[in-house]
Design a protein around this ligand. Structure first.
Ligand code: ADP
Ligand code: MG
Length: 693
């Protein structure tokens, strides 16, 4: 009825031939729901391969599984492993994801499928949030970054029997480091099983990477150990045809184009949900607003539309809305970052609108600048996006770029993140794991030598590495222990010495959430005015302290937040992160102390961590142009900063965003003489002359 069944791919219950063992602990009242859940599970393409997967994992050290998004890799394979006994005897099964939101969503789905409470048998860990229970949790979902951190305490990851590195095709920087390290661990712990799974992988190159050269002296153990040769399994998907429509001419404004395309789909096409790929919170919020306005003003075309954003940092309740089916007669429109490209599967999508862009990290070792840039996606990504439309029945994909562009100009594959990132965090983590020869490390894709050298230089000037490129004690080890960017960690350590750690920890917590302000079209004026109430002459960092204080004094009230255009959800997160950072600070021996109102100390601590991001205002600039001290790059203060249009002479920024220009986000004024104190090696003589003019 209306929906076609894919030919011959659906596994009927009797075909599967594998009994599910769990479920005995369910009350009879939940039995019905459970049974249908079980049916759903058995209908997933991966179910046909259950026995094969378990066999391969049993017999091979590494199993590479390739399967289309939605085939059940992430949610099913960890459950199969558990059912097959890989979690027996107090061992854990891990499944990593590059994205935090995916970790949460997938863990909660699996808990639901297993009929258990999230945080018990099935748990998850992301930075600053641990929803697991010791001795109870057996399936653990976590970000690849968190697993890397766990290696600092347990270098061989001894509590895990199987580690599934999921979404390997994303080639996130942490995934690549993890793969390099897991390969090392496997040599020491042959009983550890790895599963590398991905939607599209050059399975061969991964397999080559895990091909362990057999040592001549050690003949392969035929009787016991697993085969060292990686196994490759391809799970056949069950996608339907998707009709692709291209833009006839290049699109000027992809947000506007995405909105009009969505409205056209809604007017002309039969029922089915729409998934729109934009790049980040800014353009997604803008599109949501435009569509919502449309619904309100010209009601008749657009009634029946439910518009939902999807990006990381979204409150839990909003995340759940995205997964719940639209009410009868309504059409759901989800406007997402590339998280919905392969990490999450939304049911019911029939139409995809692809802007052709995503936010990507780019690093330039010459200027030592890393930022998030809206950049064209690859053809591989475009195909993935298109595929999202063919999950339940034949669908349509609207590409907001021309066919000519797709065929002749779009890059074929993306570049692994490790080759377009600043390597500072990566170097420090490897050093902390005792890997000294970083240039000789066995990477799935090698980072550039320039980026490595830059990282070593920065870490040296931060006092994290010594002349022999070893971690310094205690600073280097302390920095490695704090799960934040090394510059933030250094700022925290400096604040302990300066006596302003309470303030700096608050600032670090605020900087770790996306934004504490509520913004959006239509409320810009009010929110700017609200911001002014907290604005500090020193800049954004001190402004955050004012907001935090106000929030605290209000009794952490959501009304207070609402009134002041402060994001309540973000502030709750700040409180949580702050508590965790305090715990970490105590553990590594930092002194918790408040400097009361001596903001000079706060500025000094920020400078101690972020001296590399110092900029000065160009003397004759009328439009507020700054130059970075190090690379003489042109940068501007971001309009969201309280120092926008104030343009003090010397500033330090927290991060850069690049749109038409490079914008500094979160900016604080500094005293240039502190730069020399903070990093005498970094600002050498020549620059110091320059500093003084
Ligand atoms: P893969 O990892 O191969 O992309 P998943 O295991 O993530 O596939 O998803 C398998 C199926 O599970 C999806 O097709 C979807 O039907 C269902 N599913 C996954 N996550 C959710 C969720 N959060 N809510 C509802 N259904 C979900
Ligand atoms: Mg998956």
């Amino acid at each position: 009825p209306g929906t076609e069944r894919p030919q011959g791919r659906v596994v009927d219950d009797e075909e599967g031939g594998v009994l599910f063992l769990s479920g005995s602990h369910h009350s009879s009242s939940s039995r019905h729901g459970y049974a249908s859940m079980e049916k759903q599970r058995q209908r997933l393409p991966v179910f046909k391969y259950r026995t094969a997967i378990l066999y391969l994992v049993e017999t091979h050290a590494t199993t590479i599984i390739v399967g289309e998004t939605g085939s059940g890799k992430t949610t099913q394979i960890p459950q199969y492993l558990k059912e097959a006994g890989w979690a027996a005897g107090g061992r854990l099964i891990a499944c990593t994801q590059p994205r935090r939101l995916a970790v949460q969503a997938v863990a909660s789905r699996v808990a639901e499928e297993m009929g258990v409470k999230l945080g018990e048998e099935v748990g998850y860990t992301i930075r600053f949030e641990d929803v697991t229970k010791p001795d109870v949790t057996v399936l653990k979902f976590l970000t690849d970054g968190v697993l890397l951190r766990e290696m600092m305490d347990d270098p061989l990851l001894t509590k895990y029997s199987v580690i599934m590195v999921d979404e390997a095709h994303e080639r996130s920087i942490s995934t690549d480091i993890l793969l390099g390290l897991l390969k090392k661990i496997q040599r020491r712990r042959p009983e550890l099983r790895l599963i590398i799974s991905s939607a599209t992988i050059e399975a061969k190159s991964m397999s080559d990477f895990f091909q362990m050269r057999k040592k001549r002296r050690e003949p392969e153990n035929k009787d016991h150990g697993p085969q060292v040769e990686p196994a490759i399994l391809s799970v056949e998907g069950r996608g339907f045809n998707v009709q692709i429509n291209y833009a006839e001419e290049p699109v000027q404004d992809y947000v506007q184009a995405a909105v009009s395309t969505t409205l056209l789909i809604h007017q002309r096409e039969p029922v089915g949900d729409v998934l729109v790929f934009l790049t980040g919170q800014d353009d997604i919020d803008a599109a949501v607003q435009l569509l919502t306005d449309e619904v309100q003003t010209t009601g008749k075309h657009s009634s029946g539309l439910i518009v939902l954003p999807l990006y990381s940092g979204l409150p839990r309740a909003d995340q759940e809305l995205v997964f719940s089916p639209a009410p009868r007669g309504k059409r759901k429109v989800v406007i997402s970052t590339n998280i919905a490209e392969t990490s999450l599967t939304l049911e019911g999508i029939v139409y995809v609108v692809d802007s052709g862009f995503s936010k990507q990290r780019f690093y330039n070792p010459i200027s030592d600048i890393e930022n998030l840039v809206v950049a064209p996606i690859s053809r591989a990504s475009a195909r993935q996006r298109t595929g999202r439309a063919g999950r339940v029945r034949p669908g349509k994909c609207y590409r907001l770029y021309t066919e000519e562009y797709f065929l002749n100009h779009m890059p074929n594959e993306g570049i692994p993140e490790i080759q377009r990132s600043n390597m500072v965090s990566c170097v420090i983590q490897l050093k902390a794991l005792g890997i000294d020869n970083i240039l000789g490390f066995d990477w799935p894709a090698s980072p550039s030598a320039e980026a490595m050298i830059r990282a070593l230089e920065v870490l040296y000037s931060l006092g994290v590495l010594d002349d022999d490129a070893k971690l310094t004690s205690p600073t280097g080890f302390q920095v490695a222990e704090i799960p934040l960017d090394p510059m933030v960690s250094k700022m925290m350590i400096a604040s302990s010495q300066l006596g302003c750690s309470e303030e700096i920890i608050t600032i670090a917590a605020v900087l770790s959430v996306q934004s504490i302000w509520i913004s959006g079209r239509g409320i810009q004026k009010e929110s700017d005015e609200a911001k002014l109430r907290f604005a500090a002459a020193e800049g954004d960092h001190v402004t955050f302290l004012n907001v935090y204080k106000g929030f605290h004094q209000s009794g952490k009230s959501s009304q207070w937040c609402h009134k002041n255009f402060v994001n309540y959800h973000a502030m709750r997160k700040v409180l949580e992160v702050r508590e965790q950072l305090k715990r970490i600070a105590k553990r590594i021996g930092l002194v918790l102390k408040s400097c009361e109102s001596d903001m000079e100390l706060v500025r000094k601590a920020v400078t101690a961590g972020f001296f590399a991001n110092a900029c000065h205002l160009e003397a004759y600039s009328h439009d507020g142009m700054y130059k970075t001290l190090r690379g003489s790059q042109e940068v501007y203060i971001h309009p969201s900063s309280v120092l926008f249009r104030v343009n003090p002479k010397w500033v330090i920024y927290h991060s850069l965003v690049s749109t038409d220009r490079q914008y500094m986000r979160n900016v604080i004024t500094i005293d240039p003489s502190c730069l020399l104190d903070a990093a005498p090696h970094f600002y050498k003589l020549q620059q110091s002359n320059h500093l003084l003019y």
